[in-house]
Design a protein around this ligand. Structure first.
Ligand SMILES: [Zn+2]
Ligand SMILES: [Zn+2]
Length: 144
């Protein structure tokens, strides 16, 4: 698997990825849950390895990260910390079909409808936020 070519539901956005981590993480935090409907899956790719064609809308979901989506069909494309790598959703790349799930964060916050089976690493909300103290800021705004 050398590179991947993906597109959104309507095809207005095309993404070519030349280099990426060959594994997937899942997130059940409040932001990801609302954005996706249950849980968010992502795999990492360095910014200079990602080529995006077409117009992308973005939403700043926290002081340090934005989420990209297609303004036509609404397909979710990525989460990205400012200046960091892309966290791309696997579902828009046919070639990502065989990437294994290696990590689940906010595992203790998963909805009953979204349990993830397997021997991957599970990180709780408390553990994650202990090593990512900035997350607490965004959580404070999401107590609705
Ligand atoms: Zn689209
Ligand atoms: Zn999340």
């Amino acid at each position: 698997m050398r590179e991947m070519h993906g597109h959104c539901l309507c095809g207005a956005v095309r993404i070519d990825v030349a280099e990426f981590r060959h594994d997937v993480s899942a997130c059940h935090c409040d932001l990801c849950r609302r954005w996706t409907g249950a849980a968010m899956w992502g795999f990492e790719a360095p910014a200079d390895a990602v080529t995006v064609t077409g117009e992308v809308a973005s939403y700043r979901s926290s002081p340090f990260a934005t989420r990209g989506f297609c303004p036509v069909c609404g397909t979710h494309l990525w989460i990205r910390d400012d200046g960091g790598p892309y966290d791309l959703v696997p579902g828009i790349f046919e070639e990502a079909r065989d990437l294994p799930l290696v990590r689940e964060v906010y595992a203790d916050r998963a909805f009953a409808c979204a349990p993830l089976a397997g021997g991957h690493t599970r990180v709780t909300k408390d553990t994650y936020e202990r090593s990512h103290p900035f997350v607490n800021m965004e959580k404070a705004d999401d107590q609705a």
